[in-house]
Design a protein around this ligand. Structure first.
Ligand code: SAM
Ligand code: SF4
Length: 318
């Protein structure tokens, strides 16, 4: 599929007067989605901390001293109970994350068993396990996995300042393997790490160069974690979050755009601006934890959705 995007036309969108940008984004959003529907995902850490990678934003990295309690791979029954609770609370997708560079051979079959059981609950399944080789990718496909999360996070240029234990190309290689195996990709990034506007534009351009547009695009607002190198980073202006959501929506009209980490720091009004700009998916969590950064409690989300007349998007478990 021809990629229509380039630095100029993305920057042209990004720099539009705010009202024009949102008007355009909402128009694109309405062409492909019901603007009053929200996809609800629940994110759960199945293996926490002691990650060998050095992502400067991450509480899970073994390179930094954070308050996060390390946990080995959790037992099957405990994870399944969390998935049942997530479904009861209204989530339609259950996302299991493990702080690995790549899934260990001894643990991958256990994760595949979890995927099958979560799918049997009628939930969409997603995992984020780090980098994958062809064999691990196929095992996840055989287990019935619906989505694989693997974020590009920022521009190739800025990436080198954030992560040194792997390359940008490593990420793209895993994403292409996941796509070739027929698993839907979930790939997005983080804003507010000290990157420039150019970096944000180049990040979106890299997403547009992938073999296929990601089915889900999480846009995270940096949640500064004490003990990580980015722990003292000042917050990004809320309007920049809305802008990048709107440009993401215009560039990826058929993808779900997820307003992810840092959402609890956004007022209901700013969250609503993000929804108007085309964000139509959130992490929704009883435990209110998003990998050591907090997340609004589900009651707060239900109250907001009632105010907005928003309903939950039905599950699509193919
Ligand atoms: N270990 C998996 C990997 O690296 O692919 C992903 C686990 S992590 C929870 C998933 C994503 O959450 C990361 O790729 C990053 O974009 C986002 N994330 C992690 N820590 C964050 C933070 N402190 N603030 C904002 N986003 C964060
Ligand atoms: Fe490890 Fe993923 Fe955190 Fe990076 S983002 S430190 S790979 S858990």
């Amino acid at each position: 599929m021809e990629n229509l995007w380039n630095k100029e036309n993305v920057e042209q969108r990004y720099d539009l007067p705010f009202m024009d940008l949102l008007f355009q984004a909402q128009g694109v959003h309405r062409e492909h989605f019901d603007p009053n529907q929200m996809q609800l995902s629940s994110l759960f850490s199945i293996k926490t901390g002691a990650c060998p990678e050095d992502c400067k934003y991450c509480a899970q990295s073994g390179h930094f001293k954070t308050k996060l309690k390390k946990e080995k791979l959790l037992p099957f029954d405990f994870v399944l109970a969390q998935a049942k609770a997530a479904k009861a609370a209204g989530a339609t997708r259950f996302c299991m994350g493990a702080a690995w560079r790549s899934p260990p051979k001894k643990d991958l079959p256990k994760v595949c068993e979890m995927i099958g059981a979560v799918k049997d609950l009628g939930l969409e399944t997603c995992v984020t396990l780090g980098m994958l080789d062809v064999e691990a990718t196929q095992a996840l496909k055989d287990a019935g996995l619906d989505y694989y999360n693997h974020n590009l996070d920022t521009s190739p240029e800025y990436y080198k300042k954030i992560i040194s234990t792997r390359t940008y190309q490593d990420r793209i290689d895993t994403l292409n393997r996941v796509h070739q195996a027929g698993i839907k990709t979930c790939c997005g990034g983080i804003v507010g790490m000290g990157e420039s506007k150019d970096d944000r534009i180049n990040f979106l351009l890299e997403l547009s160069k992938l073999d296929t547009p990601p089915a889900s695009i999480p846009i995270n607002k940096l949640a500064p974690i004490e003990g990580t190198p980015l722990g003292e980073t000042p917050p990004i202006d809320d309007f920049e979050i809305v802008r990048i959501i709107a440009v993401t929506r215009i560039m990826f009209p058929k993808s779900h755009v997820r307003l992810t980490a840092g959402r609890d720091t956004l007022s209901e009004a700013v969250q609503t601006l993000c929804f108007f700009a085309g964000a139509n998916s959130i992490f929704f969590g009883e435990e209110g934890k998003l990998f050591a950064s907090s997340n609004p409690e589900s009651d707060q989300d239900h109250i907001l959705f009632d105010k907005l007349g928003m309903t939950v998007e039905a599950v699509d478990v193919a």
